[in-house]
Design a protein around this ligand. Structure first.
Ligand SMILES: Cc1cc2nc3c(=O)[nH]c(=O)nc-3n(C[C@H](O)[C@H](O)[C@H](O)COP(=O)(O)OP(=O)(O)OC[C@H]3O[C@@H](n4cnc5c(N)ncnc54)[C@H](O)[C@@H]3O)c2cc1C
Length: 465
Protein backbone atom coordinates (compact mmCIF):
# COMPACT_ATOMS: atom_id res chain seq x y z
CA UNK A 1 0.00 0.00 0.00
CA UNK A 2 1.77 3.12 -1.22
CA UNK A 3 0.10 5.49 1.26
CA UNK A 4 1.23 3.29 4.14
CA UNK A 5 4.79 3.29 2.82
CA UNK A 6 4.66 7.08 2.61
CA UNK A 7 3.27 7.27 6.10
CA UNK A 8 5.96 5.05 7.54
CA UNK A 9 8.70 6.95 5.77
CA UNK A 10 7.49 10.38 6.84
CA UNK A 11 6.24 9.51 10.30
CA UNK A 12 9.55 7.79 11.09
CA UNK A 13 11.08 11.25 10.90
CA UNK A 14 8.73 12.47 13.59
CA UNK A 15 8.25 9.46 15.82
CA UNK A 16 11.95 9.01 16.42
CA UNK A 17 11.67 12.06 18.56
CA UNK A 18 8.02 11.66 19.47
CA UNK A 19 6.50 13.98 16.88
CA UNK A 20 7.98 17.33 15.97
CA UNK A 21 9.38 18.92 19.12
CA UNK A 22 7.29 21.70 20.58
CA UNK A 23 8.38 24.96 19.03
CA UNK A 24 7.67 28.43 20.16
CA UNK A 25 4.63 29.63 18.22
CA UNK A 26 6.62 32.54 16.81
CA UNK A 27 9.19 30.16 15.41
CA UNK A 28 6.81 28.53 12.96
CA UNK A 29 4.63 29.80 10.14
CA UNK A 30 1.63 28.42 11.98
CA UNK A 31 0.92 26.29 15.07
CA UNK A 32 2.81 23.00 15.36
CA UNK A 33 0.98 20.18 13.56
CA UNK A 34 -1.16 17.82 15.63
CA UNK A 35 -1.28 14.08 14.99
CA UNK A 36 -4.63 14.60 13.30
CA UNK A 37 -3.10 17.22 11.04
CA UNK A 38 -0.22 14.95 10.18
CA UNK A 39 -2.57 12.11 9.38
CA UNK A 40 -4.82 14.34 7.29
CA UNK A 41 -1.97 14.39 4.83
CA UNK A 42 -2.69 10.76 4.22
CA UNK A 43 -6.37 11.29 3.62
CA UNK A 44 -7.64 12.28 0.21
CA UNK A 45 -8.65 15.75 1.39
CA UNK A 46 -6.55 18.42 -0.31
CA UNK A 47 -4.38 20.59 1.92
CA UNK A 48 -2.72 23.44 0.17
CA UNK A 49 -0.76 25.22 2.92
CA UNK A 50 0.36 23.83 6.24
CA UNK A 51 2.68 24.75 9.04
CA UNK A 52 6.31 24.65 8.20
CA UNK A 53 9.50 25.78 9.86
CA UNK A 54 9.74 29.54 10.40
CA UNK A 55 12.88 31.66 10.78
CA UNK A 56 15.25 30.51 13.55
CA UNK A 57 15.34 32.48 16.79
CA UNK A 58 18.32 33.69 18.78
CA UNK A 59 18.24 30.73 21.18
CA UNK A 60 18.12 28.20 18.30
CA UNK A 61 20.98 27.07 16.11
CA UNK A 62 21.12 28.51 12.59
CA UNK A 63 19.46 26.18 10.08
CA UNK A 64 21.13 24.74 6.97
CA UNK A 65 18.53 23.46 4.52
CA UNK A 66 19.85 20.93 2.01
CA UNK A 67 17.86 20.02 -1.11
CA UNK A 68 18.65 16.50 -2.26
CA UNK A 69 20.06 13.31 -0.78
CA UNK A 70 22.53 12.44 -3.53
CA UNK A 71 26.30 12.37 -3.57
CA UNK A 72 26.77 16.09 -3.07
CA UNK A 73 24.01 16.64 -0.49
CA UNK A 74 24.94 13.61 1.60
CA UNK A 75 28.65 14.43 1.66
CA UNK A 76 27.74 17.89 2.91
CA UNK A 77 25.26 16.62 5.51
CA UNK A 78 27.81 14.11 6.80
CA UNK A 79 30.43 16.78 7.48
CA UNK A 80 28.27 19.64 8.77
CA UNK A 81 29.08 20.57 12.37
CA UNK A 82 25.83 19.77 14.16
CA UNK A 83 26.91 21.79 17.19
CA UNK A 84 26.92 24.88 14.98
CA UNK A 85 23.87 24.15 12.83
CA UNK A 86 20.56 22.34 12.67
CA UNK A 87 20.18 20.45 9.40
CA UNK A 88 16.99 20.05 7.42
CA UNK A 89 17.21 17.79 4.39
CA UNK A 90 14.40 17.85 1.83
CA UNK A 91 14.44 15.10 -0.76
CA UNK A 92 12.00 12.78 -2.52
CA UNK A 93 14.06 9.80 -1.36
CA UNK A 94 15.19 8.98 2.17
CA UNK A 95 18.49 7.38 1.22
CA UNK A 96 21.59 7.97 -0.84
CA UNK A 97 22.24 5.74 -3.85
CA UNK A 98 25.76 4.56 -4.61
CA UNK A 99 25.20 4.98 -8.36
CA UNK A 100 28.41 3.42 -9.70
CA UNK A 101 27.25 0.06 -8.32
CA UNK A 102 23.62 0.34 -9.38
CA UNK A 103 24.18 -1.67 -12.58
CA UNK A 104 25.41 -4.61 -10.51
CA UNK A 105 22.09 -4.82 -8.67
CA UNK A 106 20.12 -5.26 -11.92
CA UNK A 107 21.54 -8.74 -12.38
CA UNK A 108 21.93 -9.73 -8.74
CA UNK A 109 25.73 -9.34 -8.46
CA UNK A 110 24.91 -7.00 -5.58
CA UNK A 111 21.78 -6.77 -3.49
CA UNK A 112 19.77 -3.54 -3.57
CA UNK A 113 20.46 -2.78 0.07
CA UNK A 114 24.20 -2.76 -0.65
CA UNK A 115 23.91 0.36 -2.78
CA UNK A 116 21.55 2.46 -0.63
CA UNK A 117 22.40 4.20 2.63
CA UNK A 118 19.66 5.79 4.79
CA UNK A 119 20.12 9.50 5.50
CA UNK A 120 19.85 8.85 9.24
CA UNK A 121 22.93 6.65 9.08
CA UNK A 122 24.89 9.23 7.11
CA UNK A 123 24.05 11.99 9.60
CA UNK A 124 22.54 10.68 12.86
CA UNK A 125 21.66 14.23 14.01
CA UNK A 126 18.83 14.17 11.43
CA UNK A 127 17.15 11.50 13.59
CA UNK A 128 18.16 12.72 17.04
CA UNK A 129 18.57 16.52 17.21
CA UNK A 130 15.31 18.34 18.01
CA UNK A 131 15.82 20.98 15.31
CA UNK A 132 17.05 18.69 12.54
CA UNK A 133 14.72 16.89 10.14
CA UNK A 134 14.44 14.88 6.99
CA UNK A 135 11.34 15.64 4.91
CA UNK A 136 10.25 13.29 2.16
CA UNK A 137 9.31 16.04 -0.26
CA UNK A 138 10.30 17.94 -3.36
CA UNK A 139 11.31 21.55 -3.16
CA UNK A 140 9.00 23.34 -5.59
CA UNK A 141 10.29 26.88 -5.34
CA UNK A 142 12.66 29.23 -3.53
CA UNK A 143 11.83 32.71 -2.22
CA UNK A 144 15.38 34.10 -2.13
CA UNK A 145 14.23 37.48 -0.80
CA UNK A 146 12.57 36.00 2.29
CA UNK A 147 14.99 33.11 2.84
CA UNK A 148 12.34 30.45 2.52
CA UNK A 149 11.54 27.46 0.34
CA UNK A 150 8.28 25.90 -0.75
CA UNK A 151 7.96 22.11 -0.57
CA UNK A 152 5.48 19.43 -1.52
CA UNK A 153 5.36 15.97 0.01
CA UNK A 154 5.95 12.95 -2.17
CA UNK A 155 2.92 10.88 -3.02
CA UNK A 156 2.37 8.14 -5.49
CA UNK A 157 -0.28 9.83 -7.59
CA UNK A 158 -3.93 10.65 -7.33
CA UNK A 159 -4.90 7.13 -6.28
CA UNK A 160 -3.02 7.49 -2.99
CA UNK A 161 -3.05 10.87 -1.25
CA UNK A 162 -3.03 14.51 -2.13
CA UNK A 163 0.30 16.25 -1.68
CA UNK A 164 0.89 18.55 1.26
CA UNK A 165 2.50 21.94 0.72
CA UNK A 166 4.66 23.54 3.37
CA UNK A 167 7.39 26.15 3.79
CA UNK A 168 10.78 26.07 5.43
CA UNK A 169 12.84 29.12 6.36
CA UNK A 170 16.60 28.83 5.97
CA UNK A 171 19.69 30.56 7.26
CA UNK A 172 21.79 28.82 4.62
CA UNK A 173 20.37 26.95 1.63
CA UNK A 174 22.30 24.34 -0.33
CA UNK A 175 20.76 23.19 -3.61
CA UNK A 176 22.04 19.69 -4.43
CA UNK A 177 19.08 18.42 -6.42
CA UNK A 178 21.08 16.75 -9.20
CA UNK A 179 20.12 16.47 -12.84
CA UNK A 180 17.64 14.29 -14.65
CA UNK A 181 17.88 11.74 -17.45
CA UNK A 182 17.60 13.25 -20.87
CA UNK A 183 15.67 11.71 -23.76
CA UNK A 184 16.45 14.53 -26.24
CA UNK A 185 12.73 14.60 -26.96
CA UNK A 186 12.90 11.25 -28.77
CA UNK A 187 9.40 9.91 -29.30
CA UNK A 188 8.40 6.95 -27.15
CA UNK A 189 11.50 6.94 -24.92
CA UNK A 190 9.61 8.00 -21.79
CA UNK A 191 6.83 5.48 -22.36
CA UNK A 192 8.84 2.39 -23.22
CA UNK A 193 12.34 2.66 -21.76
CA UNK A 194 13.56 2.12 -18.21
CA UNK A 195 15.98 4.70 -16.84
CA UNK A 196 18.78 3.58 -14.56
CA UNK A 197 19.10 6.24 -11.87
CA UNK A 198 17.35 4.95 -8.75
CA UNK A 199 17.11 1.67 -6.88
CA UNK A 200 13.52 1.19 -8.03
CA UNK A 201 14.72 1.44 -11.64
CA UNK A 202 17.23 -1.35 -11.00
CA UNK A 203 14.44 -3.38 -9.37
CA UNK A 204 12.25 -2.90 -12.41
CA UNK A 205 15.03 -3.93 -14.80
CA UNK A 206 15.74 -7.06 -12.73
CA UNK A 207 12.07 -7.95 -12.54
CA UNK A 208 11.55 -7.48 -16.27
CA UNK A 209 14.71 -9.40 -17.18
CA UNK A 210 13.71 -12.40 -15.10
CA UNK A 211 10.11 -12.28 -16.27
CA UNK A 212 11.25 -12.23 -19.90
CA UNK A 213 13.63 -15.10 -19.30
CA UNK A 214 10.82 -17.16 -17.80
CA UNK A 215 8.44 -16.25 -20.61
CA UNK A 216 11.10 -17.11 -23.18
CA UNK A 217 10.80 -20.73 -22.14
CA UNK A 218 7.30 -20.74 -23.61
CA UNK A 219 8.01 -21.83 -27.24
CA UNK A 220 5.84 -19.30 -29.05
CA UNK A 221 7.29 -16.40 -27.07
CA UNK A 222 11.00 -17.08 -27.49
CA UNK A 223 11.69 -14.44 -30.11
CA UNK A 224 9.35 -11.75 -28.93
CA UNK A 225 10.57 -11.36 -25.36
CA UNK A 226 14.04 -12.79 -25.47
CA UNK A 227 16.27 -10.03 -26.71
CA UNK A 228 17.56 -7.49 -24.25
CA UNK A 229 18.61 -4.20 -25.70
CA UNK A 230 20.67 -1.76 -23.73
CA UNK A 231 20.36 1.59 -25.36
CA UNK A 232 23.09 4.10 -24.88
CA UNK A 233 23.99 7.27 -26.64
CA UNK A 234 26.61 8.69 -24.30
CA UNK A 235 28.37 7.92 -21.06
CA UNK A 236 30.43 5.16 -19.61
CA UNK A 237 28.10 3.61 -17.03
CA UNK A 238 25.90 2.18 -19.79
CA UNK A 239 29.00 0.31 -20.89
CA UNK A 240 29.32 -0.93 -17.33
CA UNK A 241 25.71 -2.05 -17.40
CA UNK A 242 26.21 -3.89 -20.70
CA UNK A 243 29.25 -5.62 -19.24
CA UNK A 244 27.29 -6.70 -16.15
CA UNK A 245 24.39 -7.93 -18.24
CA UNK A 246 26.60 -9.81 -20.60
CA UNK A 247 28.39 -11.50 -17.68
CA UNK A 248 25.01 -12.51 -16.32
CA UNK A 249 23.93 -13.99 -19.65
CA UNK A 250 27.20 -15.83 -20.22
CA UNK A 251 27.31 -17.32 -16.74
CA UNK A 252 23.84 -17.58 -15.21
CA UNK A 253 21.54 -17.66 -18.22
CA UNK A 254 23.62 -20.27 -20.03
CA UNK A 255 23.39 -22.51 -16.98
CA UNK A 256 19.90 -21.85 -15.69
CA UNK A 257 17.98 -21.00 -18.84
CA UNK A 258 19.91 -23.01 -21.39
CA UNK A 259 16.79 -23.54 -23.57
CA UNK A 260 16.66 -19.87 -24.39
CA UNK A 261 20.29 -18.81 -24.24
CA UNK A 262 20.50 -18.27 -28.01
CA UNK A 263 17.61 -15.80 -28.00
CA UNK A 264 19.12 -13.39 -25.47
CA UNK A 265 21.36 -10.62 -26.73
CA UNK A 266 22.78 -7.44 -25.35
CA UNK A 267 22.92 -4.57 -27.82
CA UNK A 268 24.54 -1.28 -26.96
CA UNK A 269 23.51 1.59 -29.19
CA UNK A 270 25.83 4.57 -29.14
CA UNK A 271 25.63 7.75 -31.21
CA UNK A 272 29.31 8.55 -30.75
CA UNK A 273 32.39 6.56 -29.80
CA UNK A 274 31.84 4.42 -26.73
CA UNK A 275 33.85 5.63 -23.74
CA UNK A 276 34.91 8.58 -25.86
CA UNK A 277 36.50 10.39 -22.93
CA UNK A 278 38.96 7.55 -22.32
CA UNK A 279 42.35 7.16 -23.96
CA UNK A 280 42.18 5.64 -27.45
CA UNK A 281 44.01 2.44 -26.49
CA UNK A 282 41.73 1.91 -23.48
CA UNK A 283 38.68 2.40 -25.66
CA UNK A 284 39.86 -0.17 -28.18
CA UNK A 285 40.56 -2.59 -25.39
CA UNK A 286 37.05 -2.05 -23.96
CA UNK A 287 35.43 -2.61 -27.37
CA UNK A 288 37.36 -5.85 -27.79
CA UNK A 289 36.38 -7.09 -24.34
CA UNK A 290 32.72 -6.17 -24.68
CA UNK A 291 32.47 -7.81 -28.11
CA UNK A 292 34.22 -10.91 -26.79
CA UNK A 293 31.70 -11.17 -23.99
CA UNK A 294 28.79 -11.04 -26.42
CA UNK A 295 27.73 -7.39 -26.45
CA UNK A 296 26.68 -6.20 -29.90
CA UNK A 297 27.84 -2.61 -30.43
CA UNK A 298 25.73 -0.54 -32.79
CA UNK A 299 26.69 2.94 -33.89
CA UNK A 300 23.53 4.90 -34.60
CA UNK A 301 21.12 7.65 -33.66
CA UNK A 302 17.74 6.66 -32.33
CA UNK A 303 14.80 8.50 -33.85
CA UNK A 304 11.84 6.56 -32.51
CA UNK A 305 11.08 4.13 -29.69
CA UNK A 306 8.19 1.72 -30.08
CA UNK A 307 6.84 -0.87 -27.69
CA UNK A 308 9.02 -3.71 -29.03
CA UNK A 309 11.69 -2.05 -31.16
CA UNK A 310 13.77 1.07 -31.57
CA UNK A 311 14.18 2.75 -34.96
CA UNK A 312 17.48 4.35 -35.92
CA UNK A 313 17.90 7.38 -38.16
CA UNK A 314 18.90 5.14 -41.08
CA UNK A 315 15.55 3.32 -40.64
CA UNK A 316 17.04 0.10 -39.32
CA UNK A 317 15.21 -1.27 -36.32
CA UNK A 318 16.42 -3.13 -33.27
CA UNK A 319 13.91 -5.33 -31.44
CA UNK A 320 14.11 -5.46 -27.67
CA UNK A 321 12.69 -7.24 -24.66
CA UNK A 322 14.08 -4.81 -22.10
CA UNK A 323 15.14 -1.31 -23.04
CA UNK A 324 17.41 0.61 -20.69
CA UNK A 325 17.90 4.27 -21.50
CA UNK A 326 20.98 6.08 -20.22
CA UNK A 327 21.74 8.95 -22.50
CA UNK A 328 23.17 11.68 -20.38
CA UNK A 329 21.49 14.24 -18.17
CA UNK A 330 19.87 17.65 -18.34
CA UNK A 331 18.51 20.20 -15.86
CA UNK A 332 15.36 19.28 -13.94
CA UNK A 333 12.19 21.39 -14.22
CA UNK A 334 12.88 22.66 -10.68
CA UNK A 335 16.30 24.01 -11.75
CA UNK A 336 14.87 25.36 -15.01
CA UNK A 337 12.29 27.35 -13.04
CA UNK A 338 14.76 28.96 -10.63
CA UNK A 339 15.22 32.59 -11.52
CA UNK A 340 18.97 32.80 -11.12
CA UNK A 341 21.78 33.22 -13.65
CA UNK A 342 22.53 29.90 -15.34
CA UNK A 343 25.80 28.27 -16.35
CA UNK A 344 26.23 26.70 -19.80
CA UNK A 345 23.86 23.77 -20.22
CA UNK A 346 21.18 25.33 -17.99
CA UNK A 347 22.78 24.49 -14.67
CA UNK A 348 22.57 26.85 -11.69
CA UNK A 349 25.38 29.38 -12.08
CA UNK A 350 27.83 29.48 -9.18
CA UNK A 351 30.98 31.40 -8.29
CA UNK A 352 34.32 30.10 -6.99
CA UNK A 353 32.90 29.55 -3.49
CA UNK A 354 29.92 27.60 -4.91
CA UNK A 355 27.57 30.49 -4.08
CA UNK A 356 24.79 31.77 -6.28
CA UNK A 357 26.25 35.25 -6.44
CA UNK A 358 23.04 37.17 -7.09
CA UNK A 359 21.42 36.09 -3.79
CA UNK A 360 22.46 35.82 -0.14
CA UNK A 361 23.22 32.55 1.68
CA UNK A 362 22.44 30.18 -1.20
CA UNK A 363 24.89 27.63 -2.60
CA UNK A 364 24.54 25.00 -5.34
CA UNK A 365 26.64 21.84 -5.65
CA UNK A 366 26.83 18.66 -7.72
CA UNK A 367 25.18 17.94 -11.05
CA UNK A 368 22.66 20.79 -10.76
CA UNK A 369 25.36 23.48 -10.69
CA UNK A 370 28.06 24.85 -12.95
CA UNK A 371 30.52 27.69 -12.81
CA UNK A 372 29.26 30.94 -14.30
CA UNK A 373 31.07 31.93 -17.45
CA UNK A 374 32.29 35.06 -15.67
CA UNK A 375 34.44 32.90 -13.36
CA UNK A 376 36.46 31.71 -16.36
CA UNK A 377 36.24 28.16 -14.99
CA UNK A 378 35.33 25.15 -17.13
CA UNK A 379 31.92 23.57 -16.80
CA UNK A 380 32.44 20.55 -14.58
CA UNK A 381 30.71 17.29 -15.58
CA UNK A 382 27.03 16.37 -15.69
CA UNK A 383 25.81 18.53 -18.51
CA UNK A 384 29.34 18.74 -19.78
CA UNK A 385 28.46 15.91 -22.10
CA UNK A 386 25.96 18.11 -23.85
CA UNK A 387 28.37 20.95 -23.94
CA UNK A 388 30.99 18.64 -25.49
CA UNK A 389 33.28 19.43 -22.62
CA UNK A 390 36.48 17.53 -22.12
CA UNK A 391 35.63 16.15 -18.73
CA UNK A 392 33.91 12.83 -18.61
CA UNK A 393 31.09 11.37 -16.65
CA UNK A 394 33.23 9.36 -14.32
CA UNK A 395 34.29 12.60 -12.79
CA UNK A 396 30.72 13.37 -11.70
CA UNK A 397 30.88 11.72 -8.33
CA UNK A 398 34.30 13.20 -7.76
CA UNK A 399 32.95 16.68 -8.38
CA UNK A 400 29.75 16.24 -6.35
CA UNK A 401 31.55 14.59 -3.47
CA UNK A 402 34.35 17.12 -3.30
CA UNK A 403 32.01 20.08 -3.59
CA UNK A 404 29.95 18.69 -0.69
CA UNK A 405 33.06 18.24 1.41
CA UNK A 406 34.42 21.69 0.57
CA UNK A 407 31.12 23.42 1.31
CA UNK A 408 30.67 21.69 4.66
CA UNK A 409 34.07 23.02 5.72
CA UNK A 410 33.21 26.49 4.49
CA UNK A 411 29.86 26.56 6.31
CA UNK A 412 31.42 25.18 9.50
CA UNK A 413 34.03 27.93 9.39
CA UNK A 414 31.38 30.60 8.85
CA UNK A 415 29.29 29.13 11.66
CA UNK A 416 32.18 29.26 14.10
CA UNK A 417 32.96 32.83 13.12
CA UNK A 418 29.36 33.92 13.79
CA UNK A 419 28.25 33.96 10.16
CA UNK A 420 25.78 31.08 10.33
CA UNK A 421 22.57 33.14 10.48
CA UNK A 422 20.74 34.56 7.49
CA UNK A 423 22.55 37.61 6.12
CA UNK A 424 25.28 37.36 8.80
CA UNK A 425 28.07 36.35 6.38
CA UNK A 426 27.53 39.22 3.92
CA UNK A 427 30.88 40.87 4.54
CA UNK A 428 32.84 37.88 5.74
CA UNK A 429 35.91 36.38 4.09
CA UNK A 430 34.91 33.03 2.53
CA UNK A 431 38.51 31.80 2.46
CA UNK A 432 39.98 29.50 -0.18
CA UNK A 433 38.08 28.97 -3.42
CA UNK A 434 36.90 25.53 -4.53
CA UNK A 435 39.48 23.94 -6.81
CA UNK A 436 38.71 20.79 -8.76
CA UNK A 437 41.51 18.40 -9.55
CA UNK A 438 40.58 15.45 -11.72
CA UNK A 439 42.10 12.30 -10.27
CA UNK A 440 41.21 9.91 -13.07
CA UNK A 441 38.38 7.75 -14.36
CA UNK A 442 37.37 4.17 -14.06
CA UNK A 443 34.79 2.06 -15.88
CA UNK A 444 34.08 -1.60 -15.24
CA UNK A 445 33.45 -3.64 -18.39
CA UNK A 446 32.37 -6.99 -16.94
CA UNK A 447 34.38 -10.20 -16.49
CA UNK A 448 36.04 -8.68 -13.43
CA UNK A 449 37.79 -6.13 -15.61
CA UNK A 450 37.95 -2.37 -15.51
CA UNK A 451 39.57 0.49 -17.36
CA UNK A 452 41.44 3.04 -15.33
CA UNK A 453 42.46 6.28 -16.96
CA UNK A 454 44.77 8.17 -14.65
CA UNK A 455 45.75 11.64 -15.55
CA UNK A 456 49.47 11.12 -15.83
CA UNK A 457 50.03 7.38 -16.09
CA UNK A 458 47.70 5.36 -18.28
CA UNK A 459 46.94 2.02 -16.73
CA UNK A 460 45.60 -0.34 -19.37
CA UNK A 461 43.35 -2.61 -17.37
CA UNK A 462 43.34 -4.78 -14.32
CA UNK A 463 41.36 -7.55 -12.76
CA UNK A 464 39.05 -6.02 -10.18
CA UNK A 465 38.59 -8.91 -7.80
C1 LIG B 1 23.66 4.42 -13.04
C2 LIG B 1 24.65 5.51 -12.79
C3 LIG B 1 25.99 5.20 -12.68
C4 LIG B 1 26.92 6.20 -12.44
N1 LIG B 1 28.22 5.85 -12.34
C5 LIG B 1 29.14 6.80 -12.07
C6 LIG B 1 30.51 6.45 -11.90
O1 LIG B 1 30.90 5.29 -12.04
N2 LIG B 1 31.38 7.42 -11.58
C7 LIG B 1 30.97 8.70 -11.42
O2 LIG B 1 31.79 9.54 -11.11
N3 LIG B 1 29.68 9.09 -11.59
C8 LIG B 1 28.76 8.17 -11.91
N4 LIG B 1 27.44 8.53 -12.07
C9 LIG B 1 27.07 9.94 -11.91
C10 LIG B 1 26.89 10.31 -10.43
O3 LIG B 1 25.97 9.44 -9.82
C11 LIG B 1 26.41 11.75 -10.28
O4 LIG B 1 27.34 12.60 -10.84
C12 LIG B 1 26.20 12.13 -8.84
O5 LIG B 1 25.19 11.33 -8.29
C13 LIG B 1 25.82 13.60 -8.71
O6 LIG B 1 25.50 13.87 -7.39
P1 LIG B 1 24.39 14.95 -7.02
O7 LIG B 1 24.31 14.97 -5.54
O8 LIG B 1 24.66 16.23 -7.71
O9 LIG B 1 23.04 14.41 -7.66
P2 LIG B 1 22.26 13.07 -7.33
O10 LIG B 1 23.16 12.07 -6.75
O11 LIG B 1 21.50 12.75 -8.57
O12 LIG B 1 21.25 13.51 -6.18
C14 LIG B 1 20.23 14.45 -6.39
C15 LIG B 1 19.26 14.36 -5.22
O13 LIG B 1 18.33 15.45 -5.30
C16 LIG B 1 17.01 14.94 -5.11
N5 LIG B 1 16.09 15.89 -5.75
C17 LIG B 1 15.76 15.98 -7.05
N6 LIG B 1 14.88 17.00 -7.23
C18 LIG B 1 14.66 17.54 -6.01
C19 LIG B 1 13.85 18.61 -5.53
N7 LIG B 1 13.07 19.34 -6.36
N8 LIG B 1 13.85 18.89 -4.21
C20 LIG B 1 14.63 18.16 -3.35
N9 LIG B 1 15.42 17.14 -3.75
C21 LIG B 1 15.43 16.85 -5.06
C22 LIG B 1 17.08 13.55 -5.73
O14 LIG B 1 16.04 12.73 -5.28
C23 LIG B 1 18.42 13.09 -5.20
O15 LIG B 1 18.29 12.64 -3.89
C24 LIG B 1 26.50 7.56 -12.31
C25 LIG B 1 25.15 7.87 -12.41
C26 LIG B 1 24.23 6.87 -12.65
C27 LIG B 1 22.76 7.21 -12.75
Amino acid sequence: MPWLRNFIQLSATFTRRGLPPPRKPSAVFGPPPSIAQLLQHFSSAARSTDPGLGPTKGDEKPRVVVLGSGWAGCRLIKDIDTKAYDIVCVSPRNHMVFTPLLASTCVGTLEFRSVAEPIGRIQPAISTEPGSYFFLANCTGVDFQNHQIQCQTVTEGAKTVDPWNFKIAYDKLVIASGAQASTFGIKGANEHAIFLREVHHAQEIRRKLLLNLMLSDVPAMKRSVGSCTVLSLVGSHRVEFSGELSDFIQKDVHKRYSHVKDYIHVTLVEANEILSSFDDRLRKYAIKQLTKSGVRLVRGIVKDVQSEKIILSDDTDIPYGVLVWSTGVGPSPFVNDLEVPKAPGGRIGIDEWLRIPSVQDVFAIGDCSGFLESTGRPVLPALAQHAKNVLNENAFVQVAERQGKYLAKLLNRLGKAGGGRADAAKDMDFGDQFVYRHLGSMATIGRYKALVDLRKSKVKFFALW
